[in-house]
Design a protein around this ligand. Structure first.
Ligand code: DAH
Length: 342
């Protein structure tokens, strides 16, 4: 038996030493120490030995067992260390490779121009007020002095939710809401989405953006209106920009006007953008109509004010030289990617 043990030990030793993979070690373990392994069988056959022989034989088998177990563990350690060393040798970071630039988002042109316009008005004391996109017809039309039979009230022009509730067609109802809630002095601008039943084309969309402005205080005059809006045009389009005011009727202003600015593309010389006129219409404006001040509970004898409203999309098209409004809403990544930073 001793001979057999020595032979098994030698065999196991050799197999373990020559193993180059963990699976080979496992094979040795099963062959020697597994349920049907050679040593296990020998331990099992102890029963047939005499009582004097048994302790010595048991001890010898156990010694070989421990020897093989230790040899397996040592070799396993060895193989694992080698595997780790070779992985560390092969896997390394080549810091000379060009890096991958993280993709950064950009502001949407409408957001960008809105922020820019807001900043200009903030610099002369206007704060931002908001109003709902779903509003009462009375705020969108009645309180704004719109005649009962005016076509803009019709189902062809306006999205109604019920008889009295609609998608606002302009940001002007924010004027009404602000005057109903606050006492003068009032000095706000209000950007937001508005809705009209327009067919989509290069200059129209059923959803677009407007910015409203309103100021109410003692002694506000037409020259305040002109001064502020001229300052706005110069800040947005450049110091050399000139403005002119043409009379225009809005039901909620008296008098009302439209402001044109010299075309920023050609500096007023005349080009395709301004249809060779040198001028571009920028916004509607006017002194607050006494009627709407009274409706809102503000005395037109004590106070006066002016208001203005502009299409933000239109201004973005002028400022960024866009020929088709649909570009703004298509969300093409190549197009939007141009509007980096502020
Ligand atoms: N709400 C008008 C529109 O959608 C724009 C406008 C014109 C607003 C004159 C005003 C204003 O506040 O005074 O066409």
């Amino acid at each position: 038996m001793k001979e057999k043990l020595e032979q098994l030990q030698a065999e196991a030793f050799e197999k373990i030493q020559s193993a180059s993979e963990l699976s080979q070690l496992e094979e040795v373990r099963i062959r020697m120490l597994g349920k049907k392994g050679a040593l296990t069988e020998m331990l099992r056959s102890m029963g047939s030995l005499s009582a004097e022989q048994r302790p010595l034989a048991g001890k010898q088998v156990n010694e070989v067992k421990v020897y093989i177990e230790n040899a397996l563990a040592d070799k396993k350690n060895d193989l694992e260390e080698k595997a780790l060393a070779s992985r560390l040798d092969n896997e390394f970071i080549d810091i000379t490779l060009p890096g991958k630039k993280p993709e950064s988002g950009t502001l949407h042109p409408i957001t960008k121009i809105t922020l820019e316009i807001q900043e200009i008005f903030a610099s002369i004391g206007f704060s931002v007020a908001e109003g709902p996109e779903i509003d009462f017809a009375k705020y969108n039309f009645d309180y704004l002095n719109t005649p009962e039979n005016h076509p803009s009230r019709g189902l062809n022009d306006t999205f109604y939710i019920s008889e009295d509730v609609l998608l606002r067609t302009q940001t002007s109802p924010v004027q009404i809401r602000t005057m109903l809630k606050n006492k003068p002095p009032i000095k706000i601008i209000s950007p937001g989405k508005v809705y009209r039943k327009d067919e989509i084309d290069a200059t129209h969309s059923p959803l677009f953006n407007q910015m409203e402005g309103l100021i109410v205080d003692k002694g506000i005059t037409m020259s305040d209106l002109k001064g502020s809006l001229e300052y706005f045009a110069k800040s947005l389009f450049g110091e050399n920009t000139k403005t002119k005011f043409r009379h225009h009727q809005f039901y909620f202003t008296e008098p009302g006007a439209e402001m044109d600015a010299t075309c920023p593309k050609c500096d007023g010389k005349g080009c395709r953008v301004c249809s060779n006129t040198g001028w571009i219409e920028i916004l509607g404006c006017g002194m607050l109509h006494p009627n709407i001040m009274e409706i809102c509970g503000i005395s037109h004898l004590e106070y006066s004010g002016y208001a203005f409203g502009m299409g933000i999309d239109r201004i973005a098209m002028i400022k960024y030289g866009l020929e088709d409004l649909r570009l703004i809403y298509d969300n093409d990544k190549m197009f939007l990617g141009q509007f980096i930073g502020r």
